[in-house]
Design a protein around this ligand. Structure first.
Ligand code: G4F
Length: 334
């Protein structure tokens, strides 16, 4: 069972992408039960109904979709009771950090309660189910050390980060107290052509494509100096799956070990299409955050040692993959 609001990772879980092991491909074909939480509020501003579920439209016939609300224990309980999943990937959340400053109550309530409801339903109705929680590098926030690993103390800087820290501890507590096979995947930023347009990498790749085709004249951005450890989402989804195939549940940092600024992403993206970014990028103070996470870089050595997982796509290639995909998509529309 995969729990999701945004179908980005879901598409990678079920699509036949060039993932490394045949075993993984075979496995994902079995992941048929999808608990899909309807989008509401701000998220519907970004995806009109025509584009709903666009990332998984090509595989919809292979899936069973259930609808539920992260805010309703009853709805989650009844689906877990019906589906009795073997594996549960809990990816559903209000995941846009910026928005969490605008509506901190709803972000915190929905993300924390939703995780708690799912864990509780699993404990009651599917105690053998292996559970994956999408924790986040945002938990490190104002990071105490670089690079960050599984033992680095948390210092979240946003309501979103706080909700993920609590979800992390709930997941550990259900493992320790009730013996649930529960894992935290501490994933650093993972991007791809399926990323939502509100996140900075996709905003850049989409806008640079539009500028190249004469469909836009400027790109408004906030803090260009923030640094992130950016990897390719499909590779990170494989790590999620690997965590649930181990003999014992554990928590893992998934990252590339490299950090780059938003400015570097911008420069490479424009450069890739032969454009001078300084002619088009406008700094907009409104896009700065109330509290910024300035610098993230992950140490994935535990995942490498125990899961045999390593990233393959580097930062430069990631930028190209995203820019090329958006340019091609935009060209088809012309
Ligand atoms: O792309 P972002 O919005 O991602 P952020 O905040 O790092 O969070 C993402 O990754 C986390 C770790 O995996 C996830 F937990 C989380 O759910 C989400 O997927 O922003 C990246 C950086 C920030 O420092 C932001 O201040 O880009 C900076 N930025 C500068 N201009 C911008 C913009 N971010 C956005 N979204 N839009 C801008 O115009």
């Amino acid at each position: 069972m995969v729990l999701t609001i945004d179908d980005k990772e879901l598409a990678y879980l079920v699509a036949k992408l060039p993932l490394k092991t045949k075993k993984f491909e075979d496995h994902v074909k079995e992941l048929l039960e999808i608990l899909h939480f309807e989008k509401k509020g701000y998220e519907s501003q970004f995806e009109d109904p025509e584009h709903r579920l666009w990332r998984i439209r090509h595989i919809l016939d292979k899936l069973i979709l259930h609808s539920a609300s992260l805010e309703s224990y009853a709805s989650i309980f009844s689906i877990v009771e019906k589906a009795r999943p073997d594996e549960c990937y809990h990816l559903a959340a209000q995941s846009f950090v910026s928005y969490s400053f605008e509506d901190e109550f709803s972000t915190i309530n929905t993300n924390i309660n939703g995780t708690h409801f799912i864990l509780s339903a699993i404990k009651k109705k599917a105690p053998e189910c292996k559970f994956y929680f999408a924790a986040s590098s945002e938990m490190f926030g104002l990071a105490k050390e670089t690079p960050q690993n599984e033992n680095t103390p948390f210092h979240p800087r946003s309501p979103y980060g706080i909700s993920k820290v609590t979800g992390f501890h709930l997941t550990q507590n259900y493992k320790e107290a009730y013996g649930i096979f529960a894992c935290n995947g501490i994933l650093f930023n993972h991007e791809s052509p399926r990323r939502g347009f509100e996140f900075v990498t996709r905003k850049i790749s989409n806008e640079v494509g539009k500028i190249k085709l004469g469909l836009s004249k400027e790109l408004r951005l906030g803090n260009l100096e923030a640094k992130r450890d950016w990897g390719l989402a499909n590779e990170y989804v494989r790590a999620m799956w690997l965590m649930l195939q181990q003999n014992e549940p554990d928590d893992y940092v998934i990252a590339t070990g490299e950090t780059h600024s938003v400015r570097e992403f911008v420069e490479l993206a424009f450069d890739h299409l032969g454009l001078d970014w300084e002619k088009y990028v406008i700094i907009d103070d409104k896009l700065y955050r109330a509290a910024e996470v300035y610098h993230l870089c992950g140490n994935y050595s535990k995942a490498k040692k125990k899961l045999g997982w390593e990233p393959e796509v580097n930062f430069r290639d990631l930028v190209k993959i995203m820019v090329d995909a958006d340019l091609e998509r935009l060209q088809k529309r012309l």
